[in-house]
Design a protein around this ligand. Structure first.
Ligand code: LLP
Length: 421
């Protein structure tokens, strides 16, 4: 991963700190996060699209420290629950820079958002328009989430821009919850102020042409709404979903190409539209934190049968992504040097399912109990997707900067687990 480099003696330096020292100090498994890399990526986004409001999707990784870093880097924040708003609130994240999302926001989510005074709420059903209309005072700024009918070409479970999945208002005139009804419903609520549209075509999307297609579709909808309702909506939020490379040879996201295509599609570069330039928002989550994290495991057993299995002290409770999305990872031996030949092995977790697989990789033949393995690119949707399956405590999250480590989230203890069962 970026931000790490191989030091002497087979030692992996992570943000300047030897991984084996971090493993000894914080135990394993542990999530490590490179603060400088998170900040640099945030800056790269702002540089690539200076005209856009870049909102970090906190579902990827929501802790006080991370929200503080992205706030300091000038990002906005995409939240999707009262819980995420509570963390934002705890660090004083500027409320006007927060968005609330969700297809089933509870009254508690909506109340938390209104109480803190979040800048924008993204509406996702006619029922929600009514509920928020009744709860809001003043003029709560809202966006309407549109299903643009554009596929992100990604795993079905994280495809969100096409008809037949649960998110957004349809562009089809023949269904009840469609965009036109949503506009009319919002306009009839005196407590809501409609400022724009939102779409999110999916996650782990590497095709920048699909974003261009979505942007063009959304401009068409903005123009149609202006012509039909006589209102010019200025906010256009194109969501997140930018892919990161998990395994070797996986394509990374072409951020500059993406920025270029969006500018053209929205008229920033050659103003072909008779529509004012939208105020653009984007919502990357994974791309900001994913590559900045690694997970360190200790080998518990090496079983040599029809296949060689390297079993580690974590697994699907700290990384359910292979089981959920067929995600592929690499793993490497860290902390010692070896000349042993490398052969194909399967790194598996400690959980009671044969689907608990972390990676198929080539590892040194002399790998043994007690060795450390590092899995790169685990900064997004690992800590946030972690569970207590088999009553295993969730790993700590350790922030590292200039060789200096800080415990950001402590390991869950047996006491923590017993308190709830
Ligand atoms: N905006 C909205 C409205 C979203 O629903 C999401 C992600 C994002 C932005 C950020 O997407 P990102 O840039 O992080 O891809 N657990 C899955 C990912 C689920 C994403 C859900 N929504 C995974 O581990 O791949």
């Amino acid at each position: 991963p970026q931000g790490t480099r191989l030091g002497e003696g087979g030692e992996l330096l992570f943000a300047g700190a030897p991984v084996s020292h971090l493993a000894a100090r914080f135990g394993t498994p542990a999530y490590l996060l490179d603060e400088e890399q998170v900040r640099n990526t945030a800056r790269a986004y702002r540089r690539a699209l200076p005209e856009a409001d870049v909102a970090f999707a906190s579902k990827a990784l929501c802790t006080r420290a991370v929200l503080r870093w992205v706030a300091e880097e000038g990002l906005s924040l995409d939240t999707c629950s009262a819980g995420e708003i509570a963390v934002a609130r705890a660090v004083g994240f500027p409320a006007e820079r927060i968005l609330l999302h969700g297809n089933a926001k509870t009254p508690e989510d909506l109340k938390a958002a209104l109480q803190y005074g979040v800048g924008r709420i993204v509406l996702d059903s006619l029922d929600e328009v009514e509920q928020l209309g009744a709860l809001a005072h003043g003029a709560q700024r809202v966006l309407i989430r549109v299903t643009p009918g554009v596929s992100g070409d990604t795993h079905a479970a994280i495809t969100t821009g096409t008809e037949g999945q649960k998110f957004g208002f349809s562009l089809r005139p023949d269904v009840r919850d469609n965009v036109d009804r949503a506009v009319a419903a919002v306009l009839s609520q005196p407590s809501l102020q409609l400022t724009g549209l939102h779409c999110h075509i999916g996650s782990q999307v590497s095709r920048v042409d699909r974003y261009e297609e979505a942007a063009r579709k959304m401009v068409e909808v903005l123009v149609r709404i202006r012509d039909q309702y006589g209102i010019t909506l200025r906010d256009l939020d194109l969501g997140g979903g930018h892919a990161v490379p998990y395994a070797d040879r996986e394509a990374s996201f072409d951020l500059d190409g993406y920025a270029r295509r969006l500018r053209v599609a929205l008229g920033y570069e050659c103003s072909s539209q008779d529509f004012p330039l939208p105020r653009l928002t984007i919502e990357p989550g994974r791309a900001i934190v994913g590559p900045a994290g690694i997970t360190v495991y200790r080998v518990c057993a090496v079983k040599r049968g029809a296949r060689t299995f390297v079993a580690v002290d974590g697994g699907m409770s700290d990384n359910p992504r292979p089981a959920l999305y067929g995600a592929r990872y690499t793993a490497r031996l860290v902390g010692r040097r070896t000349k042993a030949a490398r052969t194909p092995m399967t790194v598996v977790g400690r959980h009671c399912e044969s689907g608990d697989v972390l990676a198929d990789v080539c590892l040194p033949d002399d790998i043994h109990v007690g060795d450390l393995l590092a899995v790169p690119c685990t900064g997004a949707y690992h800590h946030s997707l972690a569970s207590n399956y088999n009553l295993v405590g969730r790993p700590p999250l350790v922030g590292v900067r200039d060789g200096h480590a800080t415990l950001l989230v402590r390991r869950e203890t047996e006491e923590d687990l017993l308190r709830r069962c």
